[in-house]
Design a protein around this ligand. Structure first.
Ligand code: 6PG
Length: 241
C-alpha cells in the first residue's frame, strides 16, 4: 500500500456525493490508459446512495461497455431478494447505466451449495484475469460495527485465507448466515480500495483506524485491508467524531 487517506464529510449524503464522483474519476483515469476497468461493488446499505448518484451523474459520460463489475461479497439468497447485494446494485446502479450484461459478474450464490458457488466464482475470476493474480482496479468496501468488511468477520477462518480468492462463510454476526466473500489475497492484490463508512455505529472502528491504523489492523479485518495503491476511507461526521 502506498498511501492511506481519511476524508471526512458532513453527512451520509455528502459522503455519497463525493464517492459517486470519486468512483467516476477513478474509472475515467483507468480507462485513459487501459482497455477495461474492473470495479468491485460493496454490499450493505451505505453504498446505495452513491450508486444512485453515480448513475444519475455519469450514466452517459463513462464508457460503461469497458467497465466490469464484481462484488466484494454476496449473501446466499436469491438475486431478487431485498437482502441480495446484487439486487441492491441492480436497482440503484446497473439498471440505470448502459453496462452490458456480460460485464456484470454476479457471484453465483443461487446455483449450488456455498462452497461450490465459491469455487465457481473463483474460476470466473481466474478466467477474467487470465493467469495473472486477480487485482481489481478499484474495490469499494463497507465496514461493519464489529470491524468486518466484505464478509470477512473478526476471528473468522476466512480472514486467515492466504490462497483462495473466494470462500464461503457462515456467520452469526450478520444475517443472512451464509455468504461468499473475496479474500485478503484479492483485496490486497487490488490497486485501489475505497471504504464508504457512515453512521455512529462505525465510530469505534473509524477512531481506532485514525488513531493507529496498524494496531487497528490486528483487531478489525476492515483495518487490515492493504491494497497495492491508494487506500481511502470516506467517513461521515457521525462515524468520525
Ligand atoms: C454485507 C456487506 C458488509 C457491509 C457492512 C456495512 O454483505 O453485509 O458487504 O460488509 O458492507 O456490513 O453494511 P452497511 O453499509 O449496511 O452498514
Amino acid at each position: 500500500m502506498t498511501d492511506f487517506r481519511v476524508s471526512r464529510f458532513a453527512d451520509a449524503e455528502a459522503l455519497a456525493s463525493a464517492a459517486a464522483d470519486e468512483i467516476a474519476t477513478r474509472v475515467d483515469a483507468g480507462l485513459a490508459t487501459n482497455p477495461r476497468f474492473s470495479l468491485v461493488l460493496a454490499g450493505g446499505d451505505t453504498p446505495r446512495r452513491a450508486y444512485e448518484l453515480l448513475a444519475a451523474r455519469h450514466a452517459r459520460r463513462i464508457a460503461w461497455d469497458r467497465v466490469h463489475v464484481f462484488w466484494s461479497d454476496e449473501r446466499c439468497v436469491p438475486p431478487i431478494e431485498k437482502d441480495s447485494n446484487y439486487a441492491m446494485a441492480r436497482e440503484a446502479l446497473l439498471s440505470r447505466i448502459p453496462i452490458p450484461e456480460a460485464n456484470v459478474h454476479r457471484m453465483p450464490v443461487d446455483d449450488a451449495p456455498p462452497a461450490i458457488a465459491a469455487e465457481e466464482h473463483e474460476r470466473q475470476l481466474v478466467a477474467f484475469f487470465g493467469n495473472a493474480t486477480p487485482g481489481f482496479d478499484l474495490v469499494l468496501l463497507g465496514v461493519g460495527e464489529d470491524g468486518h468488511t466484505a464478509s470477512l468477520f473478526p476471528g473468522d477462518a476466512a480472514t486467515r485465507e492466504k490462497k483462495r480468492l473466494v470462500v464461503a462463510v457462515r456467520t452469526e454476526a450478520k444475517p443472512p448466515p451464509w455468504r461468499l466473500t473475496l479474500t485478503f489475497p484479492v483485496l490486497d492484490g487490488s490497486r485501489d480500495v475505497l471504504f464508504l463508512v457512515a453512521g455512529a455505529k462505525k465510530r469505534a472502528v473509524v477512531q481506532a483506524v485514525v488513531a493507529d491504523h496498524d494496531a487497528a489492523a490486528k483487531r478489525f479485518p476492515a483495518a487490515a485491508v492493504s491494497p497495492r495503491g491508494q487506500l481511502d476511507w470516506f467517513v461521515d461526521a457521525a462515524a468520525s467524531v
